[in-house]
Write a protein that binds this ligand. Structure first.
Ligand code: TXA
Ligand code: MG
Length: 340
């Protein structure tokens, strides 16, 4: 069980004051930790980009405590968005909608749309309610690196340069939110997350997937996002033992993220069994990749995860973390497209 942690009033007051002063505050959400700034303060939002080393034209999500003040940020809320909000907010769903006129262009990356999310984590809710405004927040990691799912991951990324990190324990979901955009009343899935395609269809009916013609920029969808430093390869499920042996021949050290125990002892292999349940696998994914990245290995091999939309978000993040995808000998894992 994941501990649900609330902040003290003193911690929340300090964080709110920091936001009002234009400082950055890291805070927990149920997906990953966010690096937050007052969304109405252009100087503070610029500081997010500097701290992350993120290109200035990449838009960030604005977090609200409820849809109450949505109209301050969104010009026109599609009816389908209202229905999705009723079902999935607060929660791990981000919706990209037409932006209101006065929204700071740093937030939207100069686009005509804005991404909004109402997170469910109690500490995020406490912070947002006490602050009383929108908090712009990308994941609290340096650009292109693994997202943080624990307060200590944020500390590892930013060290003392971040004065306030609210510690809400382990993020329950552990993978970034599902992102959707709207084309009229039609819904397009931009980034898979724990609100699955089937969940979205249950409200929206049809679901568009793949990039639209005038597709908005989603840097999280660039190849080589969410990547560890050690080269990572996704291998067909049935070949993980053989590939671990081959990769570790001659005493090379290899790290493995699998869904079962090894079939035999491998001498130079650090093996993590992440299990067969997508919720538990997703919860630990970034933490496991951090552990394997630090294990002093030359390669990370990941056993390909099953098909099916409960694994979509995990499969997506693994492919973005991968430097290459091993070709299948036996047909398993063929649903994994080879990255360009
Ligand atoms: O779970 C999450 O979504 C976490 C927590 C902190 O809320 N946040 C997060 O933010 O993952 P970030 O910045 O790492 O990823 C947000 C994604 C980016 O890929 C960004 O391009 C996309 O959302 N995005 C933001 N505004 C957008 C817009 N107007 N149109 C299209 N994509 C947008
Ligand atoms: Mg991110």
């Amino acid at each position: 069980m994941v501990r649900v942690v609330r902040a003290t009033q003193v911690e929340i007051s300090a964080a709110v004051q920091a936001l009002r002063d234009g400082e950055l505050v890291a805070f927990p959400t149920e997906t990953v930790y966010g690096l937050g700034a007052n969304a109405q303060d252009p100087g503070a939002v610029r500081r997010i980009f500097e701290a992350k080393g993120r290109p200035a034209n990449h838009p960030v999500i604005v977090h609200l405590d409820s849809p109450r003040f949505l109209h301050r940020w969104v010009r026109e809320v599609p009816q389908t968005a209202t229905r999705l909000a009723e079902k999935f907010w607060p929660g791990p769903l981000t919706m990209v909608m037409p932006k209101a006129a006065n929204v700071n262009p740093m937030i939207t990356g100069g686009q005509d749309t804005i991404a909004i999310r109402v997170p469910a984590h109690p500490m995020a809710q406490q912070l947002l309610t006490a602050f009383g405004g929108g908090i712009a927040a990308p994941s609290a990691n340096r650009y292109g690196r693994l997202s943080p799912t624990r307060a200590e991951h944020v500390r590892e990324e930013f060290g003392d340069s971040l004065r306030i990190i609210l510690d809400g324990g382990e993020c329950q979901i552990g993978l970034e939110s599902t992102i959707v955009a709207f084309e009229g009343e039609s819904v397009r899935l931009l980034r898979p997350g724990s609100v699955t395609a089937a969940d979205l269809r249950s409200v929206a009916g049809e679901l568009l997937t793949g990039a639209a013609e005038n597709s908005p920029r989603v840097p999280g969808s660039a190849p080589m996002h969410y990547a560890p430093q050690t080269p990572l390869t996704v291998v067909p499920a049935g070949e993980i033992d053989a590939q671990a042996d081959a990769a570790s021949s001659g005493g090379r050290r290899v790290a493995v993220l699998a869904q079962r125990l090894p079939l035999r002892a491998h001498k130079y292999v650090t093996w993590i069994n992440a299990g067969k349940r997508p919720e538990a696998y997703g919860h630990e994914l970034y933490n496991n990749l951090r552990t394997l990245d630090r294990a002093g290995c030359q390669r990370i091999l990941v056993q390909a995860v099953p098909d099916g939309d409960r694994w979509d978000a995990i499969r997506d993040r693994l492919l973005r973390a991968a430097t290459d995808v091993a070709q299948s000998d036996d047909g398993t894992g063929t649903s994994l497209a080879v990255l360009p």
